[in-house]
Design a protein around this ligand. Sequence first.
Ligand SMILES: C[S@@+](CC[C@H](N)C(=O)[O-])C[C@H]1O[C@@H](n2cnc3c(N)ncnc32)[C@H](O)[C@@H]1O
Length: 136
Amino acid sequence: MDLKAIDPAGLPENVELHEADLCELDLASLGGEPFDVMLSDMAPDTTGDPFGDHHRSIRLCNVLLDRVPEWLRPGGNLVMKVFEGEAYRDLLVRANGLFQKVKGFKPFTAEEVKKLRAKKLTPQQVLAERKKLGLK
Ligand SMILES: C[S@@+](CC[C@H](N)C(=O)[O-])C[C@H]1O[C@@H](n2cnc3c(N)ncnc32)[C@H](O)[C@@H]1O
């Protein structure tokens, strides 16, 4: 789902695309059944004002959290992108009230992934190693 048209190239046939505003969609228009996973890469268009961008990003995350009880099956998972800032901690606190376990993490940048691949490593392998070593 995106506000903008999504290029279907390379996507499997069973992927449903919705050009829509998340804030205006209800579960019925997405099939009516709760999801196993909600995965959001949503973000506001950046304006050059990091404070405002952060709060607009937090607002989108809160829209997702509003929908969790109805849209996500019990035991389901949510992964969402957020621009960090002063309201980040409150977002985690709110999420903690909805999930058994909540964890903030920073994904590898495209540049980092490139460097890992040059060493014939995948991000998944590095994360698994870090876990074994007890690192974050
Ligand atoms: C970082 S881009 C990610 C786009 C896509 N995942 C990709 O990799 O090409 C963030 C996207 O969130 C979308 N977005 C922002 N607010 C939204 C909303 N209220 N409902 C649906 N999509 C939204 C924007 O249109 C933008 O395309």
